[in-house]
Each structure stands twice: as C-alpha cells, then as structure tokens.
Design a protein around this ligand. Structure first.
Ligand code: SF4
Length: 286
C-alpha cells in the first residue's frame, strides 16, 4: 500500500497499540511542538506540505483494505494543520474512508476538527485531543503553532455533546514543566466529557532535547542528570528512571480513577497500571 501504512513505530516492543493503519495527509506539521520527535526523521519537519496526489493514492489503497479496518490520522503530523482550513485534504480523506465503513481515529491539537463533525458522527470514529497544559502562555511556548488549551477544551465539549467518543492524550508529561498540572488537566477534560486518557512521559531525542534546552533552560538543567546520568536509553530516545516514570503515570491514573475516566500509558512498559481496554482509546469506537 502507498499512503495507508501499517502503524508500526519502529517495531518498538513497548508499543501496545492495536493493529491499525496510519494515514498522514500532510508531510511535516506546523504546530511545531518543542518536544516533537518527527524532526528526527522528517526533513523540514515544521514546514507543513500536502502529500502529492493524496486523494487518488488513497482511493487506490482503500480498494485493498477490509471494511472495519482501523485507520489512525495522524501519527507523524496533525491532520488539522493551518493549511487544512483552505485545502480540506483531511476532510476529503474522511469522505473516502466513510464510503468503505472504515473505523477512524483522529489525533489532533486543533479545534478545526469540529468542522468535520458531520462526517465523523456518521462514521465509526474516536477523536483524541492532545492537551499538555491549561496555561495559555506555557502552551504558546511549548506548542507555538497549535490552538490554545481553552479552544481545545471547547472543541472537545462540542464533540462530546454531539455524542462522539473523545479521549485525551496528556502527552508528554515533562517533569518540572507540566507535571504539576496533571490533576487539573484530568479534572478539566472529564468535565467536558472525555472518556479516556492516554499519557506518556517526555522521551527526548537529541533534536527535541536541544529545543527544550533553548526554550526552557531552567527545566532542562534540572532534567539533564535524570535523563542522561540516571535514566536509560531506549532506541533513539532517552527515558527518565523507571521509578519516576511510574510515579508520574500513577498520578495520571489516580486522577483518571477519581474522575471516572479510564487510563493507559504509551510506550512506558507500564501496562500493569492501565485501566483502559486499549492504550490508544480506540476501544471506544463502536
Ligand atoms: S502536533 Fe504532533 S506532529 Fe505536530 S508538531 Fe506537535 S507533536 Fe509534532
């Protein structure tokens, strides 16, 4: 297949996602998150450009997949970058996917997803909003191209009020930067109807670490020994010591339990503390 690819994050044994296909309408992403890892493998990663001939390529791929197959949009970009407002490529993809009755997972930071509520509500779908902070100033520094948290929460509420299952990615949790917000974030997303939270600690690669050092030097100074002296390296990413990761993820889990949400962690090797039926929230698709 061509644009529908097996979701397979470098055959990482820590990934516990159910089988799914990945579809990125765009190459690169203009949300330009400081912690983003796509800069380690996509050239000019923060310059978002549409995939060439995407719609005809997708039409050909769809012929080859079975009804009910799970398609995840997107994993190396946001399906709702700024140019989507005019280009409508993601919307065209959704129209095609709906004709074959494929299940769809949307992963986004953009409230533009609400535009496609008409399509999503007729499909078997779940929307996952990433929310890392409730503070608009921190968000502006951390995810400079993405809509502020308040707009994401409003969009989340609109989707849940329309009956769509919505999950949240509290991802990444960066110790010393946003971990003090864990409980507030979970309470807020529960208040607007989210059903599940997937969370993960920050796992820097050299490029994202460099950006964190530039944007948040004080936080980076505190974190440096934790990652590079006492932590571990897994593939190309650096991990905090396991007791710290488990502590952080347990705080997210406990906040979820207190607010009636299910919880899972992403690529932490902590399946034992999950309470959800899938790590990515796709179990919520009908
Ligand atoms: S929205 Fe996702 S893909 Fe886009 S820059 Fe942020 S982390 Fe990277």
């Amino acid at each position: 297949m061509d644009v529908l690819r097996e979701f397979d994050p470098w055959r990482d044994p820590l990934c516990t996602c159910p089988p799914k296909l990945s579809l990125n309408p765009y190459t690169g992403c203009d949300h330009a998150c400081v912690y983003c890892y796509i800069t380690s493998y996509i050239p000019r990663a923060f310059e978002c450009r549409p995939k060439t001939d995407l719609i005809s390529r997708l039409r050909r791929d769809i012929e080859k997949v079975r009804e009910g197959t799970l398609v995840s949009m997107s994993n190396s970009s946001d399906p709702y970058p700024h140019i989507e407002r005019n280009l409508g490529l993601t919307r065209e993809c959704l129209k095609l996917l709906s004709q074959k009755d494929l299940r769809v997972q949307i992963i986004t930071k953009s409230d533009l997803v609400v535009r496609d509520l008409d399509l999503l509500s007729k499909m078997r779908s779940v929307v996952s909003f990433t929310l890392t902070t409730l503070d608009p100033l921190v968000s502006k520094r951390l995810e400079p191209g993405a809509p502020p948290p308040e707009r994401r929460l409003k969009a989340l509420r609109k989707l849940t009020e329309a009956g769509l299952p919505v999950t949240v990615r509290l991802d990444p949790v960066i110790l010393g930067l946003n971990d003090d917000e864990i409980e507030r974030i979970v309470r807020s997303v529960a208040g607007v109807g989210a059903k599940h939270v997937t969370s993960s600690t920050f796992k820097p690669r050299p490029d994202s670490w460099h950006r964190i050092k530039l944007k948040f030097p004080k936080v980076a100074r505190e974190l440096e020994p934790l990652y590079f002296e006492f932590g571990t390296k897994h593939r190309s990413s650096f991990y905090l010591p396991s007791h710290l990761r488990e502590e952080l993820m347990k705080r997210v889990r406990d906040a979820c339990i207190a607010n009636g949400l299910t919880f899972s962690s992403c690529r932490e090797g902590l399946k034992k503390i999950s309470t959800g039926d899938s790590c990515d929230g796709t179990h919520l698709i009908e």
